[in-house]
Structure formats: C-alpha cells, structure tokens
Design a protein. Structure first.
Length: 159
C-alpha cells in the first residue's frame, strides 16, 4: 500500500457526540481507516494511523515493566489513548477526556503533520504562532542533515 501523508489544514465542527469529519483526501483508498488518538504536546490530539501506531507499539514492548518512570508514562498515555475508526461518514469520535485535554469547543482544526494528524482547538492553533522563516529553517536543516531529523525538529520546538 502506498504510504499516506497528511497535508493541509481543515476546520470542522464537532457535533454533540464530539465527532469530527476527517478530510476525504486523508481517507482516500483506505476503506474505513483506523486512527489511534493520543494526547500531544501543546494541548493537541495526535491522530496516528494504524501502521505508525503498530511501529510505536513494537518499540514500547521493549520497555521493561520494571522501569518505573517508563511504566508510569505508558500508563498515563494508555489511559488517554483511544482506538478510533472512521464511521461511514468519515468521522471520528473524540473521547471526553481527550476533548477536555485539547480544550476543544465546537470547532476543531485538523492539521496535516506529514505522518500524523494533529487536532487543535481554534484558540490553541492561533496561539501556536511560528513564522514561515522558522519553517524554512527546519526544511533547510532537513536537507543538510536528513539523518538527524529528530534532533532538528526538537531544536525547533516552537512548532
């Protein structure tokens, strides 16, 4: 299957059941896609595709249950995480916990973050700022040091 990328920004209303439509371009050729919703930095929700989530899970299996700090972090993540298939209308339903965490009101901003979808409240998305110059700096560094992508993105944490 061709690798999926998530590009663009979309604003969608949440209905009374906290459902939001996933843009059709992000569902193309995937039937009824399954996303895993995880809390993210900056009060976002990360909608992680099933394939990427499986890769993350394979790495978590290597964490020792005797590692108290890691076990606690995984427990905190697990209590908020949610498996979330798209319904026939292409909507996902966001849990009350995640909705409150992300401070979602009746609108959500869905932002393509290349490999995942970020779900922001309108207020937090507008506050996130960041300039085009900062984005271009990151693109330049990726071109110069493509193997150091994690380090490059960490150094530009304002995204």
């Amino acid at each position: 299957m061709k690798e999926q990328f998530f590009l663009g920004e979309f604003r969608h209303a949440l209905d009374s059941q906290r459902r939001v439509a996933v843009p059709s371009a992000w569902r193309m050729g995937r039937g009824s896609p399954l996303f895993y919703l995880l809390p993210g930095r900056h009060k976002t929700i990360q909608a992680v595709p099933e394939k990427i989530f499986a890769e993350i899970m394979s790495k978590t299996r290597k964490v020792s249950f005797a590692d108290a700090e890691a076990s606690l972090a995984l427990a905190r993540l697990g209590r908020m995480a949610q498996a979330c298939p798209c319904d026939k209308q292409g909507r996902i339903q966001i849990s009350q916990k995640l909705s409150e965490y992300a401070e979602l009101g009746n609108m959500a901003v869905l932002v393509g973050a290349i490999g995942v979808i970020q779900i922001w409240s309108e207020k937090n998305w507008e506050k996130s700022g960041g300039s085009d110059e900062q984005v271009l700096d990151v693109i330049q560094k990726i071109g110069e040091r493509p193997d150091d992508l994690s380090e490059i993105l960490r150094s530009k944490s304002e995204y």
